[in-house]
Design a protein. Structure first.
Ligand code: SF4
Length: 334
């Protein structure tokens, strides 16, 4: 594993090491693994147990991440490993995120092989997704650096509790993030997700560092579907990230430890959408549902990007400029 002694990853303390990959900052005695189950103190170094062992790799439309304002219509080689630093009872990817590396034997795939596969599949980017990329940051980072050499972009689909050190390190390596903003309440993170509440600070830092950010909120009935939470999320995006930041509202389906919970109602999705619109957000999308998700020019309403499922039809004549009224649509288009 390259970069094992990278000070971004860990530091020493008197009885062991502190993993610095995420804001849990686990203190690990020799042989111990942290909350994520995949980072271990191996005789005073941090050993990433999933390094080189993707649990899933697919070529996905970038719209599936979801990223709607970043290279629309392109394909992204998407990979994830086992492990996660949150324990969301409504996880929609729990088959891999909530497993420990001991539960599966996976082939070794080098960073170079991942990049070759992306090129072979005509991908413009590599997405680190399916589980939380921060927990496999040493692997993701090596792939991302290799990918940059071939002109590929890197995308993190993340829960936003990476440490500030890792986010700072991502600048110049990771081009875009889709960040889950599940709530604005500390207790929601602490009690339900068993995680520190650092996502708001992470988002602000990403913006400051120039990383392209889109935000996703999975709306879980009776957990985070109150109008006051929608308002707080919308206000945070408008005030701290900018009204041009895309907000993806996503419908929950019963899964993992919440098999008996109902799907998110259309009424709730529409309420969130209307709240965001009232708060001034210019680009709001509703995912996992049957709503139309075109990108409309905020000035004249023209559909600059039309979407049917995961297919995107690009109506720009000049990338990012509305062909009807010349309004500049925020995003990374080429
Ligand atoms: S990645 Fe986070 S949860 Fe995992 S060991 Fe490091 S600090 Fe702990």
């Amino acid at each position: 594993m390259k970069g094992v002694d990278n000070p971004v990853f860990f530091s020493d303390y008197k009885s062991g090491i502190i993993c610095r990959l995420c804001s849990h900052y686990c203190r690990l005695r020799n042989g111990q693994t942290g909350v994520c189950g995949v980072n271990q103190n191996d005789n005073g170094s941090l050993r990433n147990l999933v390094y080189g062992h993707p649990a899933a790799i697919h070529s996905d439309p970038i719209e599936k991440k979801p990223l709607y304002h970043f290279l629309p219509g392109s394909t992204s080689l998407s990979l994830g490993t086992l492990g996660c630093n949150m324990q969301c009872p409504f996880c929609q990817n729990w088959h891999i995120s909530q497993q420990s590396p001991a539960s599966q034997t996976l082939n070794f795939v080098s960073p170079e092989e991942i990049v070759s596969s992306a090129i072979k599949n005509n991908c413009k980017s590599i997405s680190y997704t399916y589980n939380e990329p921060t927990v496999f940051y040493p692997y993701a980072r090596d792939i991302a650096i290799e990918a940059k050499k071939s002109g590929l972009k890197n995308i993190f689909v993340t829960n936003g509790i990476a440490s500030a050190e890792v986010i700072t390190d991502m600048a110049g390596i990771v081009d875009a993030c889709n960040v889950d903003l599940k709530s604005t309440e500390k207790n929601f993170y602490k009690k339900l997700l068993k995680a520190p509440f650092t996502v708001l600070e992470s988002l602000k830092l990403m913006r400051k560092l120039g990383i392209w950010v889109e935000i996703t909120t999975l709306i879980v009935p009776d957990e985070n579907d109150s109008v006051s939470i929608f308002e707080e999320i919308s206000d945070f995006i408008a005030d701290e990230m900018g009204v041009e930041t895309p907000w993806h509202i996503s419908a929950f389906h019963p899964d993992y430890k919440m098999p008996d919970k109902k799907r998110t109602s259309q009424k709730s999705l529409v309420k969130a959408f209307e709240t965001g619109k009232k708060g001034g957000l210019k680009y709001i999308y509703i995912g996992n549902s049957s709503f139309k998700n075109h990108t409309l020019c905020p000035d004249c309403g023209y559909a600059v990007l039309e979407r049917i499922g995961y297919s995107t039809y690009n109506n720009f004549k000049n990338p990012g400029i509305c062909p009807v009224c010349n309004y500049k649509i925020n995003g990374i288009w080429e």
